[in-house]
Design a protein around this ligand. Sequence first.
Ligand SMILES: [Zn+2]
Length: 200
Amino acid sequence: MAFISLETAAARLGVSVSYLRDLIDRVDRIRTVLDPDAEADFWSSKTAVIPQRDLRVYTNMIAQRRFVRFRERYADVLVDGVELTCGPGWKSLLDRVAERIRWMPPEWCVRLRKAREKSGYLVLGFEYDRDRPDAYNELERLREEVRLSSLAVCEECGRSGRFRYSPRRSLTLCDKHARLSEPVLPGDGVMADPASDGGR
Ligand SMILES: [Zn+2]
């Protein structure tokens, strides 16, 4: 079996080494990284290698995280260069938003401008005809509906999750991915919505 260094792998994947390390940790694959230097630490090692065949796995994961297929499938309801900065677990929420836009009256000229994770929930931005109060009202409803839904879906894997209150990074995660926002703050588990329960 052929192995390649993390540096080479990152270059081949078109990402930085720190992005690749973070990805490997997120998807729980640190154990697949080998290091001839037994003392080396995963986060700083210069000698770590991965099986070359894993490149394909990471290529797919990166495409998923960039929502490559979503961008193609829903190009008609997205602005060019739409900002999609949230985890792959929220893909079903993005699908829901895109489908809803398709059902809106064409004269509203609605397109998704951004979908961004903020303080643990999904924030949406739209382009639309600003002279249409009916469009504004419907989009405000959709925005709030999706924001509340996102507070129950793990941003990493899409399973049921809850808001994790953390000083480092508040996120909505399932029990399996809860470690990504550890350590949590007092109030974690009580606060379900940082926007209405008085978060930071
Ligand atoms: Zn999860």
